[in-house]
Design a protein around this ligand. Structure first.
Ligand code: X2X
Length: 334
């Protein structure tokens, strides 16, 4: 909370400086919030895009980036993007599902086998379907290109996860989204919903013994400091929608909108490649920091979810039409 007030205060100070005579302030100064460390490729590419947008608009548009949940947790920030208190927000589709239920559909357990399938789906019919559902909210919409979070792996402080039985009764942190809780309940775990900005301390203080995230986050959020095992479960692919508050967006002149969307979508594509590059070397890097890695056979994990009725339940929730779009992209899940 202290940090948050500090940041907002600093932004306000910038405005004050302008009032007492700084040469030129941006005509449009828009806030972009996200939950990741500055070192994550998402923030590096967003900063680069911000510089390009500033240049190409002749300084008329300024993108102010607030990393590391500085403006609040994901749950708080979802409220802020809906009200317009923030203008842009990168959010996992799964968390967005608390407002737009269909947006979690790409997170169904073990749906995606690889990145080729992911980007074909998310830049194609499945992504178009999700973006149309988001747009129906009228208050927010998602830019065309999704940013990568990654394939999620399971870390613990206690033991490696080698079979579904290892997940039984595990106190595992999950992000605030029903699909996550449902999936880990299907495994017999004891999932605890915790926003990302509290994950490090929850692991450190042993409120939970486990969490799951892509390697790029395990590295940039330093989760390896508080987790000893990393099991390559690849149980879900998760990505960030670059969300905009519609009223904020419509307040921009068309030429500025065009420059902003061009650079933001290009940054998303660049970020995907960055995450892929970073991820390649991370198993080795994290192992050198002491994490113990293991691979898993996914088949028994899928079977466990099937037997628990997980796929049937979620097919029912999304509806046959949406489920057909998902299966059209990833193959049969039944
Ligand atoms: O909260 C998480 O674990 C994170 C960072 O992966 C998401 O944004 C869903």
């Amino acid at each position: 909370i202290t940090r948050r007030h500090f940041t907002v205060g600093a932004a306000a100070l910038g405005v004050t400086t302008f009032n007492i005579g700084r040469a030129r302030a941006a005509e449009f100064s828009y806030k972009f919030a996200n939950n990741l460390a500055l070192s994550h490729p998402l923030n590096k590419r967003a900063a680069e895009a911000a510089a390009k947008i500033k240049e190409e608009t002749g300084g008329r548009f300024e993108l102010q980036i607030f990393p590391s949940s500085q403006l609040g947790s994901d749950t708080d920030t979802l409220g802020q993007i809906r009200s317009g208190a923030v203008d842009f927000f990168t959010l996992s589709g799964l968390i967005l599902s608390t407002f737009v239920p269909a947006a979690s559909i790409n997170g169904v357990g073990f749906a995606f086998k690889d990145y080729d399938t992911v980007w074909k789906a998310m830049d194609g019919k499945l992504g178009d379907f999700i973006r149309a559902e988001i747009a129906k909210s009228r208050t927010i919409f998602a830019f065309d290109k999704q940013w990568d979070n990654g394939f999620r792996q399971t870390t613990t402080s206690t033991k490696p996860i080698t079979s579904p039985a290892d997940l039984a009764n595990l106190k595992i942190r999950v992000p605030p989204a029903p699909l996550w809780t449902s999936m880990f309940k299907a495994f017999g775990s004891a999932p605890a919903t915790i926003n990302f900005n509290e994950v490090y301390s929850a692991l450190q203080s042993k409120v939970v013994d486990a969490q799951e995230n892509p390697l790029a986050i395990i590295e940039t959020a330093k989760l390896y400091e508080v987790q000893g095992y990393c099991s390559m479960t690849n149980h879900m692919w998760d990505g960030f929608h670059f969300l905009a508050n519609r009223a904020s967006w419509e307040a921009l002149p068309k030429d500025i909108q065009a420059v902003v969307s061009k650079h933001i979508n290009a940054a998303a594509i660049a970020e995907r490649a960055d995450v892929a590059d970073l991820t390649k070397g991370l198993q080795e890097t994290l192992a050198s920091k002491g994490m113990k890695f293991n691979t898993v056979d996914q088949a028994p994990f899928r079977d466990k979810l099937k037997a628990a009725g997980f796929y049937t339940e979620w097919k029912g929730k999304y509806g046959d039409a949406a489920w057909a779009v998902l299966e059209g992209a990833v193959g049969s899940l039944g």
